[in-house]
Design a protein around this ligand. Structure first.
Ligand SMILES: [Zn+2]
Length: 414
């Protein structure tokens, strides 16, 4: 077994965290910004120094390839280098840098590769500059229309198309990731489960399905001082009632179901006026489609009228659970056992490029713990020891997959 170099990995993570460094130890590295381009340039140099060839596709996704003995479909690792505004030093970048560390260890040890190894950096995963999130993995897997994405605009009015052509990273569509033997994405958990349970590695079986509904309540606007309570049609009081009702009902569905009332609009939003309308959202996630069906039934069967107000539940969006490839989950688990690292199976509640890539390549994700479950903030933290364990497991997993591939064993999805 080969172990990665924790000191080198730490130095690399620290070096990358300079690109877009914030005052409080985080990073702001929006997609195709100056900071992102600097990080991309350094990533390219690191890969080329290892003898890798770097290609770029028409969505600016970067692919660094270390060739193998035979011209076989590559084993792909990676994630994204972009971040949210005031994000952390680990989200995304850790998947790219542990992959880099794995390749460095392979080169150091002259490990012979049968098939090529590839590191990918997906463009605009966060969707923090250009909506939607996971834009470029979405385009290459046919989930999003490229033309629509090119028109996506940032806060300064710059389109993705403009940023792309200015970046120098507008490559050819023929370079897009197509055929590959497997895709492995290491990521911080972004949740508190691994840390709370004292577990070192999460073997990610998939990404939870989700729904988002908007509950629209219409009442009657009137004077806050002169209208007796009994004569009101107050949508805000009804919203409060419905939220408590939903908390009770959804809380009883399943203990691992999560739900969030994240946004609320009230009109006219004035302290001295009974609102005329209240709109709030509910986002709910679970891996089991039957549970999600129950959630939707509860939302759809809200009363259409109550307390003199009308209620409409509109579905804004939803996605089905994505299941990663069980055979690769098993390999990752064996890799953990070989190092004596504790692991558990887990589903991701957050979205990742891997959920789209899974549609075209057998995929898996590897989670390392997030201190306090924090992410998308400057306090995001994973110890270097935990990062290095992740890199070890990533390296061992790809070497095991290589061995399988050289025996011509196909990995079946599902
Ligand atoms: Zn991420």
């Amino acid at each position: 077994m080969y172990k990665c170099n924790q000191i080198r990995l730490q130095q690399t993570i620290e070096y990358f965290s300079r690109f877009g460094a914030t005052e409080n130890g985080g990073v702001t590295r929006l997609s195709l910004s100056e900071e992102d381009l600097a990080a991309r340039q350094y990533f390219r140099e690191c890969c080329e120094a290892l003898g890798m060839e770097v290609k770029v596709d028409d969505m600016a996704n970067m692919y660094a390839v270390l060739s193998g003995k035979y011209d076989l479909p590559p084993i792909v690792m990676g994630s994204h280098l972009d971040s949210v505004v005031k994000g952390g030093r680990f989200d995304g970048v850790l998947g790219v840098l542990t992959a880099l560390e794995a390749v460095r260890t392979i080169v150091d040890n002259d490990i012979e590769l049968e098939a090529p190894l590839m590191i990918v950096n997906f463009t605009n995963e966060e969707g923090a500059r250009f909506e939607p999130a996971m834009m470029s993995s979405g385009v290459i897997t046919g989930k999003f229309e490229k033309e629509t994405m090119l028109r996506s605009v940032d806060r300064e009015g710059i389109t993705f198309a403009e940023a792309l052509s200015k970046s120098g990273y507008e490559g050819k569509a023929e370079n897009r990731l197509k055929e590959a033997y497997a895709y492995l994405e290491l990521h911080i958990e972004q949740g508190p489960v691994l840390e709370a349970e004292g577990i070192e590695i999460g073997v990610v079986e998939g990404v939870m399905g989700m729904v988002c509904y908007e509950i629209h309540i219409k009442g009657e606007s009137n004077h806050a001082g002169t209208t007796p309570m009994k004569m009101r049609k107050d949508p805000m009081l009804l919203a409060a009632k419905l939220i408590s009702y939903l908390d009770k009902e959804l809380g009883d569905v399943d203990e691992t179901l999560v739900y969030t009332f994240g946004r609320m609009h009230t009109m006219p939003n004035i302290p001295t006026v009974i609102p005329s309308e209240v709109i709030f959202t509910i986002d709910s996630r679970h891996k089991d489609p039957n549970i999600m069906e129950q959630v939707e039934n509860i939302l759809r069967s809200l009363p259409k009228e109550d307390s003199g107000c009308t209620v409409h539940a509109n579905k804004l969006w939803g996605r089905d659970t994505v299941h990663f490839t069980p055979a690769i989950c098993d390999e990752v688990e064996v890799a953990c056992q070989r190092f004596g690292y504790s692991s558990r199976r887990i589903y991701s509640g957050a979205g990742h490029d891997a959920q789209f890539i899974a549609a075209i390549v057998p995929s898996v994700m590897i989670f390392v713990p997030s201190a306090g479950g924090k992410s998308h903030c400057e306090e995001e933290e994973t110890s270097y020891e935990e990062c290095a364990r992740g890199a070890d497991v990533l390296l061992e997993s790809i070497l095991m997959l290589q061995a399988k591939q050289s025996l011509h064993q196909p990995i079946t999805t599902k």
